[in-house]
Design a protein around this ligand. Structure first.
Ligand code: G4P
Length: 550
């Protein structure tokens, strides 16, 4: 065989390998409000994937086992930071990447950024509560990115709201068309199971022993045995409601699902392990595989030959023994290989990636290769920033990750001037890592930074880390604002409208004007007074410009 024929055939092998890897991969994040059951559902999904052997491994119980998914707990004990990570496992012929987002009161921008790396989202609701505030917020981010949403209505073993009203709420409040994939028979004490809408099979509910994989008994809707197992009135009511849904005429259109306009809805109970496997199977069938992403060169296909990816999260001191910094990279195209030399789009530097890591909760292993949809962890001695692109071959640069609108603002005071050097280093590094946004007063004499966060705990974590990692004691002094808006036209536009009232003007780390308001009402008033002033709740993405340091 000639050399060129050999090259061609190995190129072919590589592109087959890549195509195969992409077709096998599904990547998703779970969005939910605290307590809806995200940890429980994650644990059950990992159990089906064989990634953990025993339920309870995720949630440390009496025996104080290590937390696999929620290593947040571990971090809480260490008191360093609240974060999210990725869990990769195989199920059947699929490789699943579950991007784990923190879901508790420690809600922060990390969660938003993780969604930038997700191709699909699972929206988890508590059947008794329906849509809750954090779910709505996260949904908005998914909507911005047109991420397909799969809804799992959890805790059906407990008394919950009327299922039709839960669907109505999704439709009317999120402007998202729900399509029930299964329909519940009874609820709470009288929950008997679900009817699979596509096959019209009845799947009977039985309470599995905590943590076990329930065996699901399926019967045809006209099977005479059903009479002895399910009360007639409950079954009749469920069938009637299902018929109503059918009569309403919506179809399960995958294109609409992938456009983020229609959400398949599943009813189940993660704790009792009911409906989780059918959900996983249907999800894998309908979810989108790693998709093409927008870049400076247009859409980049995951099958593009050269590797490319972007940094969506930075995390310092993950391992307190090593005081390291890790950059999480979402692979977008091509095959990533250990020891590969890549180009760093922002600086143009070539970097050899010699110790890429695969992370599973707190465990790490050196990764040999990775494919689109996967996440790798890179050692980051300060060269990577959030949104940075790495690539091989022709240059591509992915659209950055926007900063999200903060809702809590506080001066960060350094009462000890001799510690200023460390204070400055800490503030700059934590900003770079994206732990918090930093704003500055327009009055140059007020040099202290303003911390801007989406959750209170974010501020506490920053303060804690400054103390533990940089040895500086700080004081927080709340500013009493709740809403921030970037002025799209920059300083010239702001100056052109003259004096404005009931808001404070500050500048962000890229010297762009940001207006802070006490409430929405004040914001709306400004909009009425100055209809031409263009305001944005999300900071425009910056690329190629170095931010102002403290
Ligand atoms: P989160 O990560 O979204 O915050 O929720 P998590 O899984 O921790 O679940 C919150 C609570 O809801 C837990 O109870 C959990 O057991 C319960 N739960 C989750 N799924 C279901 C379900 O399908 N049915 C019922 N009835 N409960 C469910 P907890 O009392 O806070 O903790 P635990 O002692 O049960 O662990």
């Amino acid at each position: 065989m000639s050399q060129s024929a050999a090259t061609t055939s190995s190129d072919q092998d590589l592109s087959d390998l890549l195509a195969n890897a992409v077709a096998r991969r599904r990547n998703f994040a779970i969005i939910s409000h605290p307590d809806a059951g995200k940890t429980t559902l994650t644990e059950k999904l990992l159990l089906y994937g064989g990634a953990i052997q025993q339920a309870g491994a995720v949630k440390a119980r009496g025996e104080q086992r290590k937390v696999t998914s929620d290593w947040m707990e571990l971090e809480k004990q260490r008191g360093i930071s609240i974060t999210s990570t990725v869990l990769q496992f195989d199920y059947d012929t699929t490789t699943i990447n579950l991007l784990d987002t923190p879901g508790h009161q420690d809600f922060s921008e990390d969660t938003y950024r993780t969604l930038a790396a997700a191709d699909n989202a699972v929206m988890l609701e508590d059947a008794a509560k329906g849509l809750e505030p954090q779910t709505r917020k996260l949904f908005e981010v998914c909507r911005m990115r047109e991420i397909p949403i799969f809804t799992f209505i959890n805790k059906m073993d407990r008394p919950g709201r009327d299922p039709l009203s839960l669907l109505d709420e999704i439709e009317s409040e999120l402007d998202l068309t729900p399509w029930a994939v299964n329909w519940p028979i009874g609820s709470g004490e009288q929950f008997r199971g679900v009817i699979d809408r596509r096959t019209r099979d009845v799947i009977l509910f039985s309470r599995a022993e905590r943590g076990r994989q329930a065996t699901e008994q399926r019967l045809k809707l006209d099977d005479p045995q059903l009479q002895a197992l399910v009360e007639d009135d409950l079954l009749d009511a469920a069938v009637e409601e299902l018929d109503l849904l059918e009569a309403a005429g919506a179809e399960l259109d995958l294109e609409l699902v992938h456009a983020g306009e229609l959400t398949p809805v599943f009813f189940g109970s993660a704790m009792t392990n009911f409906g989780v496997r059918p959900f996983l199977d249907a999800f894998l069938e309908m979810a989108q595989q790693p998709i093409a992403r927008s870049s400076s060169e247009g859409l980049v296909d995951p099958l593009r030959e050269g590797f490319s990816g972007f940094v969506f999260k930075l995390q310092a001191n993950m391992d307190p023994r090593h005081r390291d910094r890790v950059a999480f990279v979402r692979v977008c195209s091509g095959r990533f290989e250990k020891d590969m030399t890549v180009k760093h789009a922002r600086t143009g530097k070539a970097i050899r990636l010699s110790r890429p890591q695969k992370l599973f909760g707190q465990d790490r292993a050196v990764v040999e290769d990775a494919y689109p949809g996967d996440v790798i962890g890179l050692n980051n001695p300060g060269m990577f920033s959030i949104g940075d692109t790495l690539y091989v071959g022709a240059k591509v640069e992915y659209e950055g990750i926007p900063c999200f609108s903060p809702e809590i603002f506080s001066w960060l005071r350094n009462p000890n001037p001799s510690a200023f050097k460390n204070f400055r280093k800490g503030v700059n590094e934590l900003r770079e890592e994206g732990a918090v946004q930093i704003l500055y007063d327009t009055d140059e004499s007020k040099r202290d930074p303003i911390l801007a966060a989406v959750g209170q705990l974010q501020l506490e974590v920053v303060q804690h880390r400054l103390e533990n990692e940089y040895g500086v004691d700080t004081r927080l002094e709340p500013l009493g604002f709740q809403v921030a808006r970037w002025v799209s036209g920059g300083w010239p536009q702001l100056e052109s409208i003259g004096r404005i009232f009931n808001c404070k003007t500050v500048r962000d780390a890229w010297d762009r004007p940001v207006l802070l308001f006490k409430n929405e009402w004040n914001l709306n008033q400004l909009k009425e007074d100055h209809p031409d002033l263009e305001l944005s709740a999300v900071a425009p993405v910056v690329s190629g410009v170095e931010p102002i340091s403290l």
